[in-house]
Design a protein around this ligand. Structure first.
Ligand code: ADP
Ligand code: MG
Length: 262
């Protein structure tokens, strides 16, 4: 059965002056509607390339990316994106930054309605009272919270995140993970998250896909069979610890090393 996001047999090579650089070589990923899919893999294996294919910024050489029954061939307004370094417009307030996608996707929506939607999301992520601030007045973690609001303000079909928490310190990052789960409980969305943090992948994911080294294939798929209302403490429970060990081992295989070579 076709999944909501269905990535089948995707191959892709970049054209470089030294000839083609094969990056993806047989990628299969299926994500059900409302599911959260975390993707891990060695540095440079093609994870960001995958996000470009799903968001329609690029087309694969072979295979297909199908979203809700339709092949993705160009950028879509129904995709939300979040990156490691959120690009915020300094001349706009935080509230106005969050409203931005609505101005593009829902030009007919009245200002009051846009403001209400953005205000509601900012409150949900703990930024009530910061609506009128400028991006530079916020900490990195707060800016990332605002950028999450901006990524989902227009209720995208799919949220794609490329290492969004990578630049944050550990505790801030864990807070953001919890916020992410709270947001998801309040507003279901389908998500692909690229991360190099295995704990993040297990805490946030319904499934974790491990990509092999470049050119990347789907090497392993872990079904994260943990309760939906998890808190950070769950990562210390034996079931989660066993998953982390298993993923670590898979990453070693992906890196083409055995456990002794460090
Ligand atoms: N536009 C491009 N042109 C040529 N090579 C690229 C381009 N973008 C990425 N690459 C190369 O493709 C490989 C995979 O890149 P990327 O998808 O960014 O990996 P990851 O996100 O897993 O670190 C890397 O070797 C990178 O240098
Ligand atoms: Mg990347």
């Amino acid at each position: 059965m076709q999944k909501f996001i269905d990535i089948r047999g995707v191959k892709h090579a970049y054209k470089t002056k030294n000839g083609p650089l094969p990056v993806l070589d047989g990628l299969d990923v299926g994500v059900g509607e409302g599911e959260f899919c975390a993707v891990v893999g060695p540095s440079g294996c093609g994870k960001s390339t995958l996000t470009r294919l799903v968001s329609g910024l690029m087309r694969p050489d072979e295979g297909a990316v199908v979203l809700d029954g339709q092949e993705v061939s160009s950028p879509r307004k129904t995709v939300g994106m979040a990156f490691q370094n959120p690009v915020m417009l300094e001349w706009r307030t935080i509230l106005e930054n969050v409203m931005l996608p609505l101005e593009i996707v829902a030009p007919g929506m009245g200002r009051a309605e846009k403001e209400a939607r953005a205000t509601h999301l900012l409150e949900m992520v703990g930024l009530k009272g910061f609506e009128k601030k400028r991006p530079s007045e916020l900490s990195g973690g707060m800016r990332q919270r605002a950028s999450l609001c901006r990524a989902i303000v227009h209720k995208p079909q799919v949220l794609i995140m490329d290492e969004p928490f990578g630049a944050l310190d550990n505790f801030t990052r864990e807070d953001l993970w919890q916020t992410m789960r709270d947001l998801r409980a309040a507003e279901p969305f389908t998500c692909i998250l690229i991360t190099h943090d295995l704990r993040e992948s297990v805490f946030l994911g319904d499934q974790v896909i491990v990509l092999s080294g470049r050119p990347a294939r789907t090497q392993y798929v872990l079904d994260v069979d943990l309760p939906a209302d998890r808190t950070i403490d769950i990562l210390y429970e034996p079931k989660a610890v066993a998953m982390l060990h298993l993923l670590r081992e898979q990453i070693r295989i992906a890196q083409g090393r055995d456990g002794d070579l460090h």
